[in-house]
Design a protein around this ligand. Structure first.
Ligand code: R5P
Length: 303
């Protein structure tokens, strides 16, 4: 069994150094070495500096901002590892960038989630491990096995403990999906609380990066509302959901979201508590962070 671990090398590139080290520590294996350079014309070079011959290599990298550079780093390292004789190349993408463009909403639009999936696939990956993919269908864009780790249980355990410490009765908790895309996440999170009910927000997007609430479905009056989403980017979805819930009489609002993209960092300060994961590295003391390192380590071990 021990040899099984030593047969693997793990790589972090630019985006998830801390997370990669945590995973390696849990698995008790060293992090593989790379040299990353950018030439004067912005071309990227990633060189493998570890002995990977005959080994299963795991590359850990979120394709968060700068998404295009991070994607290229991965593609280039895949090639370098193949040239170095790795037996299999396994990709761990905690945050899968470009995933929100996953369907044709207006004629002429691309499906960029498929474009990116095709690039990784044709570069020759053997497996993909990712966290809370924006939509389940993206798994079908790959022909290799895909493990999509879900975090609602992690958030459920977190808020269960948090409410207990604050003396909040879980009968007064409502789990809120801020749009139709997070309904299943809300249902899963709700199962962590005793008799919590669910509410849904009918959100529309009049233009990219803009959102508006049409209505709130469910009773939130005098309730502690927990909004769950996969991504916080411009903060529009969460802030609009907060306004709608408060206008419907919610007592207070809590938030959990997997991927802290935060292109704009302007969450409403009146939100009682916010927790995200470390799929994207974030240094902000006002936001709690829970790690997905154990979940990823389990997925690597196929637990
Ligand atoms: C949308 O479908 C996603 O699930 C998130 O709700 C969205 O990406 C959040 O983006 P923003 O913070 O810009 O509203």
């Amino acid at each position: 069994m021990v040899n099984f671990f030593y047969e693997r090398d793990y790589y972090h590139l630019s985006s998830n150094q801390r997370l990669a080290h945590k995973i390696a520590e849990i698995l008790n294996i060293p992090v593989g070495k790379t040299e990353i350079r950018k030439f004067l014309d912005d071309e990227i070079m990633v060189r493998n500096l570890s002995d990977v011959r005959g080994k299963d290599a795991y590359i850990i990298q979120s394709t968060s901002r700068p998404a295009s550079d991070n994607i290229l780093e991965v593609l280039i390292l895949i090639n370098a590892l193949k040239n170095s004789g790795a037996k299999t190349i396994n990709l761990v993408i905690p945050y899968f960038g470009y995933s929100r463009q996953d369907r044709i909403a207006l004629s002429g639009e691309p499906v960029t989630a498929k474009v990116v999936a095709d690039m990784f696939q044709s570069a020759g990956i053997d497996k993909l491990i990712t966290v809370d993919l924006h939509t389940y269908q993206i798994q079908g864009f790959f022909s290799c096995p895909v493990i999509n780790i879900e975090t609602s249980e992690l958030f459920g355990a977190y808020y269960h403990k948090y409410f207990e410490s604050q003396g909040i009765n879980e009968h007064d908790v409502v789990v809120v999906s801020p749009d139709h895309g997070s309904v299943l996440r809300a249902r899963d999170l709700g199962s962590a609380f005793k008799n919590a009910s669910l509410a849904f927000i009918d959100k529309r997007r009049p233009a990219p990066n803009q959102s508006e609430v049409v209505s709130v479905i469910g009773d939130v009056k005098d309730k502690h509302c927990v909004i769950i989403d996969d991504i916080i980017d411009t903060c529009g979805t969460i802030n609009n959901a907060y306004d709608a819930l408060v206008s419907m009489g919610a007592k207070d609002v809590y938030v959990c979201a997997t991927h802290a993209v935060f292109s704009v960092n302007e969450l409403n300060k009146k939100i009682k508590h916010i927790v995200v994961t470390d799929t994207i590295e974030k240094d902000d003391d006002s936001i709690s962070v829970i790690t997905v390192a154990n979940l990823i380590a389990d997925a690597i071990l196929n637990k």
